[in-house]
Design a protein around this ligand. Structure first.
Ligand SMILES: [Fe+2]
Length: 270
């Protein structure tokens, strides 16, 4: 059976309805995201949010996220972004059926999605968050790599979700500052354990839709409903492009293929 999932990311909820980035009201735009997904003429199986659920981690912001995202008609899974806090996510958000891969960890949210619709697939959510003082990149801990290696059977299609991308995108500042720094190590393990069953790595963080194919691995990124970022080839910066449409990706996994259909829904305002 195909698995139909919706990939969203980087909602950056504030503690109330007023937070704006360059004139874009984040609450209004997240509400528009929920409405657009609910208006789809089919029912997806699950939704995966690849992190930066809130803009500054505090419980009122997660309460806003819970209130708005609970309006979605299908279960929502979350990964940890650099703007998130695992303890608060655990307290404020409900994760549907899952199994923790590093159950003793208090600061990493790493798990396998065990929703019945994902039967026949192995879907993993990794936590790449590093201490904020270390920068904006991601790093996958040894415990997560080993747990994942032990979990991959090699018999089922595998998909990995992580806030931080696993491939360079040809944009100098982003490639130096925003990626998973030990991606080559994780990718080597994934290729060894999953082989051709590795159907894709799905990320957020860059506030930009991405389709990258490197060394036989599909990397798919979804932009943010808050705002897009620039990705200049030789740039020493990453700037905001506010006021764009509302993005999400419809991902279909089958044993043979990965289909990613990008949506850009015009934002009509509150
Ligand atoms: Fe981020």
């Amino acid at each position: 059976m195909p698995l139909e999932l919706i990939h969203i990311s980087d909602t950056h909820f504030g503690p109330d309805h007023s937070l704006e980035i360059r004139g874009a009201n984040l609450w209004e735009r997240a509400c528009a995201l929920v409405e657009a997904i609910n208006d789809l003429p089919f029912q997806p199986d699950i939704i995966v949010h690849t992190g930066d659920v809130v803009n500054d981690p505090d419980l009122p912001a997660y309460a806003q996220a819970r209130e708005v995202l609970s309006g979605l008609k299908v279960p929502v899974y979350y990964s940890t972004g650099n703007h998130d806090d695992v303890a608060m996510m655990r307290e404020a958000l409900t994760l549907p059926q899952h199994e923790l891969l590093v159950p003793d960890s208090t600061d990493k949210l790493c798990y396998q999605i065990t929703h019945p619709a994902a039967d026949g697939y192995e879907l993993f959510v990794l936590d790449g968050k590093v201490p904020p003082e270390d920068g904006f990149h991601g790093f996958i801990s040894r415990e997560q790599i080993e747990a994942l290696a032990n979990r991959i059977s090699g018999d089922k299609p595998v998909a990995v979700f992580c806030h931080y991308p696993f491939s360079e995108i040809g944009s100098k500042w982003i490639d130096e500052h925003l990626l998973t720094t030990n991606r080559d190590e994780v990718l080597a393990m994934l290729k060894e354990k999953a082989g051709e069953q590795l159907k894709g790595i799905f990320s957020g963080h860059l506030h930009r839709g991405l389709t990258l194919f490197k060394n036989g691995v599909l990397n798919s990124g979804v932009s943010s409903p808050a705002c897009e970022f620039t990705a200049v080839p030789a740039g020493d910066f990453c700037d905001f492009i506010p006021g764009g449409p509302i993005p999400f990706n419809h991902v279909t996994l089958t044993p043979e293929a990965t289909w990613v259909k990008a949506y850009s829904i015009p934002f009509k305002g509150a």
